[in-house]
Design a binder for this molecule. Structure first.
Ligand code: MTE
Ligand code: MO
Length: 250
């Protein structure tokens, strides 16, 4: 079951409660303003969810930027990464762990064999540049469903191989962005394996969020109930270091 189906189920349940309570109040003749307040609330929650699930714009091949620059880490400065890169990342593993029924450890081959999504989107960095690229990879929802994310999980944390200025890069999103249709684990940019500067061999694309949320050099995906105890607890490298907003929706 996907997160969005789960959430709709919860909302439908809330709606049913209101209908029950409100029809009794309506019978007394004094409840019409209460009834419309409840309906208003329900409509607003629906509108909010629908807007969070809406797709980011997608572009045509002709719009693709000739060069997709790298930002932040441009490679991972370790022996292990250089060896893995020289080897075409044949030994790279992506773990799915935390609050899941079945932890996974996937090879690049496992990831390439999953159903794939390709999307041409615009990346917006807070430093004031944008670029359009075509990204390919499985939807994060496919992996989360395969692992069986538990009900208690509220966030998905992305762990990365790089250490930038002495701190490991990481990021996190809520379940709405985790299950968003355009949230994919990209292994290709413009039809080629990811260049090192763009996060080889795997990086997140979270198209309704600003650039710093799109974790590169992805090693693990962790389902958690809260963000305490991860990094400095603010949900991401830039959130911890420079007070960037955790919710960077666009
Ligand atoms: N692991 C890791 N992920 C990262 C970063 C980084 O330094 N390390 N930089 C972030 C920032 S600020 C941006 S804008 C994008 C840049 O992606 P690009 O290098 O493909 O342009 O990656 C994001 N993800
Ligand atoms: Mo960025």
């Amino acid at each position: 079951m996907t997160g969005s189906i789960k959430r709709r189920g919860v909302l439908a349940g809330m709606g049913a409660l209101f209908v029950g309570a409100c029809s009794r109040i309506a019978d007394t003749g004094a409840g019409s303003s209460l009834l419309s307040a409840a309906e208003d609330w329900h409509r607003k929650v629906h509108r909010l969810l629908a807007s969070r699930e809406a797709l980011a714009p997608e572009f045509a091949k002709a719009d693709i930027s000739p060069f997709f620059r790298g930002n932040g880490s441009q490679t991972v400065d370790t022996e292990a990464y250089r060896a893995s890169e020289a080897n075409g990342f044949a030994d790279w593993r992506l773990e799915v762990r935390g609050l899941v029924d079945t932890p996974l450890s996937l090879s690049m081959e496992n990831i390439r064999r999953l159903p794939q999504r390709t999307q041409i989107t615009r990346h917006d960095c807070v430093e004031g540049w944008s670029a359009i690229g075509e990204w390919t990879g499985p939807q994060l929802s496919t992996l989360l469903d395969a692992a069986g994310v538990r009900e208690e999980a509220k966030f998905i944390v992305f762990h990365c191989a790089d250490n930038l200025n002495g701190q490991d890069y990481y990021e996190s999103v809520d379940m709405i962005d985790a299950y968003h249709a355009q949230t994919i684990i990209a292994h290709m940019l413009n039809g080629e394996p990811l260049p090192a500067r763009n996060g080889a061999p795997l990086r997140m694309r979270i198209e309704r969020q600003l650039g710093y949320k799109h974790a590169k050099y992805l090693t693990a995906i962790e389902a958690v109930a809260n963000l305490e105890g991860i990094g400095e607890g603010k949900g991401g490298y830039w959130e911890d270091r420079a007070g960037y907003q955790w919710y960077a929706g666009i």
